[in-house]
Write a protein of this length. Structure first.
Length: 120
C-alpha cells in the first residue's frame, strides 16, 4: 500500500537515505530541509519531481508555515519521520532567545504535528 510520508531532515544522512529508499519503493515522499540548495540537490537525485518543503525548524513561524502548507497540499500524511536535529551549532540560541537544540530537537516535532500550528 502506498503511503504519504514526510521526512524531516531529508537532505543528508539517514534522512536522505530513507527518503530515497521510500520514494524508490513507490511511496509519495515529501522532503523537508532547511537549505533550499540541499533540497534542490536531493530532489534532483530522483526521477520526476518530488515535492520539497523548506523550513527552519528553529523558527516557530517557519514551523507553522510548513504545517499549513503540508495540510493545504496533502490533507493527511500517513507517516512523519523526523531525522532533523541539531547536535553542534556555532550559534546556540534562536532569534527568540531559546536554546537552539531544544527547539529543533524537542519542540519542533511537537509543533509540526500539533493541530494548533498552521490551522485546523
Amino acid at each position: 500500500m502506498t503511503k504519504s510520508i514526510i521526512i524531516m531532515g531529508a537532505t543528508n544522512g539517514i534522512g536522505l537515505v530513507t527518503a530515497l529508499e521510500l520514494a524508490t519503493a513507490g511511496h509519495s515522499v515529501l522532503w523537508h530541509g532547511r537549505s533550499a540548495e540541499k533540497l534542490g540537490w536531493a530532489a534532483a537525485s530522483l526521477p520526476g519531481r518530488p515535492q520539497t518543503h523548506r523550513a527552519d525548524l528553529s523558527d516557530f513561524a517557519d514551523i507553522a508555515r510548513l504545517a499549513k502548507a503540508v495540510r493545504a497540499d496533502h490533507g493527511e500524511i500517513d507517516v512523519l519521520i523526523n531525522t532533523a536535529g541539531v547536535l553542534k551549532a556555532t550559534e546556540t540560541r534562536t532569534k527568540a532567545g531559546f536554546d537552539l537544540r531544544f527547539v529543533v530537537n524537542t519542540l519542533a516535532p511537537y509543533c509540526r504535528s500539533s493541530r494548533r500550528m498552521g490551522g485546523s
